[in-house]
Every structure is written in structure tokens, then in C-alpha cells.
Design a protein around this ligand. Sequence first.
Ligand SMILES: O=C([O-])CC(=O)C(=O)O
Ligand SMILES: [Mg+2]
Length: 413
Amino acid sequence: MADLRQEALDYHALPTPGKISVELTTAAETSYDLSLAYSPGVAEPVRAIAENPDDVYKYTGKGNTVAVITNGTAILGLGNLGPMAAKPVMEGKALLFKRFADINSIDIEVKHKTVEDFIDTVANIADSFGGINLEDIKAPECFVIEKALIERCKVPVFHDDQHGTAIVTAAGMLNALDIQGKNIKHADIVCMGAGAAAIACMELLIKCGAQREKIYMLDTKGVIHTRRDDLNEYKRLFANNTDKRTLEDVIDGADVFVGVSGPNVLSAEHVKMMAPKPVIFACSNPDPEIKPELALSTRDDVIIATGRSDYPNQVNNVLCFPFIFRGALDVRARTINDQMKVACVNAIRELAKEPVPKEVLDASGVDSLVFGKEYIIPKPMDSRLCGRVAKAVAMAAVESGVAALEMPENYME
Ligand SMILES: O=C([O-])CC(=O)C(=O)O
Ligand SMILES: [Mg+2]
């Protein structure tokens, strides 16, 4: 672990500080090149865009650029550490956009006093980009911020920690429950955490068939129940009419544990109390609610997933956000709606059931990956993800009437 710490610091410091840079896409060698790129030639696209605003997509990089925007109030599972501490994560998201979906991405860390300040800042610059990926903003402010920005911005605004996490969780959960021979309609679900990701994950699982009364959500004070008077309007939607109060009370006989909270809150004893063939998603980053080796040492009928790259079953929003934006940008969707999210869930799920190419096995350092307990969801390095997910999302955008462009011919083929 000490090695990983130093290696991670070196990785960020060397060969140059940070993880991303800007590169040129046109020639800028000769005086003539510069007379096109800059004065006087640049005046031509200026005039064209002034006359026809849509030409901004033709003459600038807007249409293939996503801004990753945060205020640093909920960085991973590490907490409210401020905008500058969030910068490595935001540069990391930009790296992932580029690496997996060839989307140019820039990180923006906003210092602000009020929620309205943040909303104004983002809304005022949103037109510079093809889309806005909101990241690591704490609840409940994130709900207000996302709603206001969706209303005010002409480009898609997507809070990754809510919807990216929810989409990938739903895809992995439906596959894991299939493998365990369980139906989500009958599953008793424990959700540890009541922040942005928790609430979005549970809402999407309900859209996929889970029963709201069978969900027990816990915050730092324990089970969220109808007799509590300290709940915000978002948590209140999950207030369960129950006498159960603690994690022990609700984990007893549970089919599913979803952790989107913090490290090491689920013990071996808790895992033993769960129903036969349980599913555990310990998704707090970087340290999960329980280490997979501990969960697996207690019983052999459990499926466990984490948010990390170094264990099997990585349930992490990286499987979603690069590709959902790829699809949305390519048909110039003005928003990312539920139809696009569901299409994304299904495309991710289905890919896990197909034979895995050798390049993915090599990149994962394993000999085989077959749909089952240790492979419920595709690997981020699977280059088929971009085509499959982006296409499903783009088609859903076109079909649901939010796309400005038609489906491109032979898209992603
Ligand atoms: O960055 C990650 O690995 C996933 C994520 O969005 C978070 O934990 O906030
Ligand atoms: Mg995040």
C-alpha cells in the first residue's frame, strides 16, 4: 500500500504535473497557417457563427468537448476537501473521457459562496461546451444544482455521481441477481449511504423493478424511517415504515447490500447474516465498505463488486459517463433523459454476456472472463463498450425526440 501511495504521487507529478494537456488539430507552422488560424482568417468563422449560431459546431471544438465541473464538496468517498483537492479527480475524469470515448475534456473547479453562485457560474459558461459533467458535489445541494442547470443550459448536464453510478449499479445488480437466481422485485435491499449516489441508485433500481418498501436506506444516524423528523425531502422518499433501526436489524436476511458511503462499515458478521446467495456492492472509493477478500472469506455464495480497478466486478461510473456523452454528443442531444439512461443500462448489461476478446483479458491480466459471479459487468478497457453504449444512447435520444441531429449513417460500425 505504501508503494501504491508513492507510485500514485509520482504518476501525477511526472513527467509533467497532472494528467492531461491540450494538443493542436490543425497546422500552425507557417505565417500563412497563422493567417488562417488567427488574424485575419479567424474573422471568417466569427462572422459565420454570428450569423448562424449552429456553425459553432462546425468551426470550433465545442461539439466534442465536455467540461467536468465540481466544487469539491464530496470528493469520491473522501468528503468535502475543497475545489483544489478535487482537481486530480477531475483531471482523471478528463483523462477517461479522452481515453475511452475520444472526447476532449477540461476540468473546472468552482469556488463559491452560495448554491446560486455555483449555478450562475456554470450556466454562464455552459455554451462553451458540448456537455457538462457535474462531479463530486455533495447532497442535497447537488439535486438543486442539477435541476437548475438542466433548466438553464442548452447542452446536456449530467451529474455523474448520481446517474453514472446509478446506471452502472443497475446494470451490474440486474446481472448479479440473474446469476444468483433472484428477482429484483422480491429483493430486500440495504443501502448504506443517503447521498447523491445512494438516492439516484435506489431510484433507478426502483425503475428496474425493486420495491420501495423493501429498501432500507441508512445515513450516519441509522435506518431512515417514517418516525424521524430530521430528514430532507430527498431522504424522506426512502423513509421506511419499520421498527428496524440499525445496520444489524436490516442486514439480517437481506438479499442485497449497496454501499455508497465510506470505508469498512460492513463486517464479516454482517455478511454472514445476509440471505442465501447475497449480492454486495461496496462502491465507496477508494476504500470499499468491506474488502472483497473479507466478504469472500465468510461465505462462498456471495457476489461482491467494488468501485476499484484492482478487484473483479468494478462497478464504477467510468463504464457509463464517457459513452453516454459520446452518444449524446454525436446526435447533439439537448439533454440526457431516462430513455437514454435505460438504454445505457441495457447495453452495458448485454455486453457482459458476450465472449471477451483477448485484448481485454490481457489488459485485465487474466486468462478468462465468463459471465458469472466474478464477471457481472464489462471491463472499462473493453473497446466494444464505446460503440455499443454510445449507439444505444444515441438511438434512444433520437427516438425520444431530444436529438438535434439524425442518427449518423453506419454509426459506430
Ligand atoms: O471517481 C470514481 O472512481 C467514481 C466516482 O465518481 C466517485 O467515487 O465519486
Ligand atoms: Mg465522483
